[in-house]
Design a protein around this ligand. Structure first.
Ligand SMILES: *Cc1c(COP(=O)(O)O)cnc(C)c1O
Length: 224
């Protein structure tokens, strides 16, 4: 995809985010576009940086480590979000590299993140991923266990700021966004990471503060 097309797509998504916020009954105070660059290389990422975009999402720690440190040497104000599942044995690298982690989903990972944040003196802000569709193959804490994990993360003093979800692919997303919004409100969590290329406008209606958009900006991914 050409730099020009990436620029046009990026502007179009930003415009659609603004438009969705305008018609939302109670939009969040802000909606940040997390541009998802997984599987893409520097040729695709750099046009977005040149256009002034700074907030990006990756789903694999190792892949992100391979591309972002070099870009950060050129653009020192990049904000990098981990949006994919995190294994405990990658927590050290994740805390070192990312500014936000969207996928805290178990007590054990909370413990490991606490230890790494203390060791490294870095505090990426956290979202708890909630498996709103209770899909067995999907990461995330089941909704009924969310209260407990939120309480535990708070007890550890983790910088927990919000909730994240990925609705089931074959269902209407709105009820899932509504559920996430409800759980977040019950716990006074200000951030909601929800909405992707196909449903970010719906997510904004339900108060999304972070929409994660990949293919609508950078095109279809060849390898998933
Ligand atoms: C890949 C991915 C996205 C972006 O998906 P698109 O449909 O390409 O916008 C969003 N969130 C997560 C967790 C992802 O893995």
């Amino acid at each position: 995809m050409s730099a020009e097309t990436i620029n046009e797509n990026l502007s179009a998504i930003v415009a659609r985010i603004d438009a969705a916020r305008k018609v939302a009954i109670r939009p969040a105070a802000f909606t940040t576009l997390v541009a998802v660059t997984k599987t893409h290389g520097r040729d695709v990422i750099e046009p977005a940086l040149i256009a002034g975009h700074r907030v990006f999402g990756e789903n694999r720690v190792q892949e992100a480590q391979g591309k972002w440190p070099a870009l950060r040497r050129v653009y020192d104000d990049i904000e990098l979000h981990l949006i994919g599942p995190l294994q405990s044995n990658k927590a050290k690298e994740a805390v070192g590299l990312f500014d936000a982690i969207h996928t805290l989903d178990r007590a054990k990972l909370a413990d490991v993140l606490r230890g790494e944040m203390d060791k490294q003196g870095r505090n990426p802000f956290l979202f708890i991923q909630v498996n709103t569709g209770e899909e067995p193959q999907k990461a995330g804490v089941p909704p009924r266990e969310a209260d407990q994990l939120i309480g535990y993360a708070r007890k550890l003093g983790l910088p927990l700021k919000g909730l994240m979800c990925i609705p089931p692919a074959d269902e209407a997303p709105a009820p899932h966004f509504a559920l996430l919004q409800k759980i977040a409100a019950e716990h006074d969590l200000p951030l909601l990471s929800m909405g992707m290329s196909d449903d970010f406008e719906t997510a904004i209606r339900f108060g999304a503060t972070h929409v994660r958009v990949g293919s609508a900006i950078f095109g279809e991914r060849t390898n998933p």
